[in-house]
Design a protein around this ligand. Structure first.
Ligand code: UD1
Ligand code: MG
Length: 466
């Protein structure tokens, strides 16, 4: 790990702990939270606060963490075994040139609700006050296992006592250590080797406070205004609490941008999703992954959309869309399913019980009832009759179907791929099409055969298909 120029302030995110209380095979910081691995929130907050890439201290299942986030997502530092937060920071500092770096910001990988603004304010406060340490504290009744802030009679911070080692009187203290600090880098590097071994056999970063006080230094405190920011995730119950708070924050962000949620408590919108102005989201709707919804849409109720782009003025009701693309003025549902690679152009109508996979439906295509379209290209203005099926799979391979512009596919047509239906062609109800149908031709029967030429429109702007 090397970097020619380190910024004046470097962020260190601690994420090497075992996270035992999660009772999980998965590393704690990779548990998903509203569409991102939990540690992503810490990474983004530090990046946004400092404008530089943080150091991430990893240990438990380090390779999986690095693989999931990608090799360039952070400067990775290994700590194994996890000998405590003091040891973790000591390892991170060993990777930093102390002649370039003045301040280190230390935060936790398991505190996803911390805002970048708060971290920035902490660093700014540190630079405006004398003393080697500025720490974030929070006052609240739920201690959540946090360390308690001890003050002397004059109100000066003198130490942090971990809950496990606190007396009943100390446990009653409501001022808690958030575990987020700005340190003078050189001071910290000089003092970490002096940390005592705790009764648990760990080196506690929190013991730096008492070291500073012993030297006569002042430890400055920045109290958190919004206590939900300090929600630390140690258990599944904490994870659920964090998810609820994060969800509310995400929905409030979109409401401020002009989106209506009919019932926010029954709406799931991941942090990765974007929504356009005047879009209305009905309850029991799940918007996930890389999903982007345009303006003036009505989404839901009972809709699941994963990694799909939706244009403006679309209406999507009780349907499932996955890895698809929907242009403007499309209506879908109820009970339809867009699968991977479905692309619906402007003005498509897709009604009840339709399924589209890896296919393009051109502008204005109508597909009202009970159809499966897979591996197909369907040109503009085609009408797909009720029950139409592309028989795209022969048991071994998938085959394509092509339907030319303004063709009319009769109800219950089976299109046995590979097959092409010419522009302006028609198929009769129940046709089983095993051979290509030429343009402007009617084909009927089982197997379908051409029985009649059809008149071409006078001003055919559609060139005959090659
Ligand atoms: C720590 C603080 C506590 C504070 C709380 C706030 C210490 C000793 N205690 O307690 O005062 O109120 O955070 O959340 O610092 N980690 C490592 N390596 C280790 C141990 C931990 O990287 O050897 C990481 C963890 O993955 C985690 C963070 O450091 O992200 C905090 O560790 P954790 O074990 O959760 O400490 P707490 O008991 O929560
Ligand atoms: Mg913790």
């Amino acid at each position: 790990m090397s970097e020619a120029h380190w910024p004046e302030t470097v962020g260190i995110i601690l994420a090497a702990g075992r996270g035992r209380r999660m009772r999980s095979k998965r590393p704690k910081v990779l548990h998903p939270l509203l569409g991102r691995p939990m540690v992503e929130y810490a990474l983004r907050a530090v990046e946004q606060a400092l404008g530089s890439k943080p150091i991430l201290v990893i240990g438990h299942q380090a390779e999986l963490v690095r693989e999931t986030l990608g090799p360039t997502r952070a400067h990775y530092v290994h700590q194994d075994p996890p000998l405590g937060t003091g040891d973790a920071v000591r390892r991170a500092l060993a990777a930093i040139p102390l002649d370039q770096v003045r301040t280190v910001l230390v935060t936790n990988g398991d505190m996803p609700l911390l805002r970048a603004e708060t971290l920035r304010a902490l660093v700014d406060a540190h630079h405006h006050h004398p003393g080697p340490i500025t720490m974030l504290t929070v006052e609240r009744d739920q201690a959540q296992g946090f360390g308690r802030v001890l003050r002397d009679a004059a109100g000066r911070v003198i130490a942090i006592i971990e809950e496990a080692h606190a007396t009943p009187e100390q446990r009653a203290i409501r001022e808690l250590n958030v575990g987020v600090y700005a340190f003078d880098a050189a001071w910290l590097a000089a003092h970490l080797p002096q940390l005592p071994l705790s009764p648990k056999g760990e080196y506690y970063l929190t013991d730096t406070i008492a070291l500073a006080v012993k030297e006569g230094a002042v430890v400055h405190v920045l109290p958190l205004e919004d206590p939900t920011e300090a929600l630390g995730v140690n258990t599944r119950a904490h994870l659920a609490q964090a998810a609820r708070a994060m969800q509310q924050r995400i929905l409030e962000r979109w409401m401020a941008a002009g989106v209506t949620f009919i019932d926010p408590a029954r709406t799931y919108v991941e942090d990765t999703v974007t929504l356009g102005q005047d879009t209305v989201v009905w309850p029991d709707t799940y918007l996930m992954g890389n999903t982007h919804i345009g303006e003036d849409c009505e989404i839901g109720p009972n809709t699941y959309i994963l990694s799909t782009r939706v244009g403006n003025r679309c209406r999507i009701f009780a349907s499932v869309l996955e890895h698809a693309h929907v242009e403007d003025d499309v209506d879908i549902g109820p009970y339809s399913h867009l699968r991977k690679g479905a692309h619906l152009a402007r003005g498509v109508h897709m009604g009840n019980f339709g399924e589209v996979k890896n296919s393009y439906l051109g502008p204005g295509v109508k597909m009202g009832h009970f159809s499966y379209i897979g591996d197909a290209t369907v040109e503009e203005g085609v009408n797909i009759g009720a029950g139409t099926i592309t028989c795209n799979y022969d048991g071994e391979r998938k085959h394509p179907t092509y339907i030319g512009a303004h063709a009319f596919i009769g109800s219950d047509t089976m299109l046995v791929a590979p097959v092409r239906i010419g522009e302006g062609a028609r198929t009769g109800a129940g046709a089983v099409v095993t051979k290509d149908v030429p343009p402007y031709t009617l084909a009927v029967g089982v197997p379908a055969r051409a029985i009649r030429r059809l008149p071409r429109p006078q001003s055919s702007q559609h060139a005959e298909e090659a």
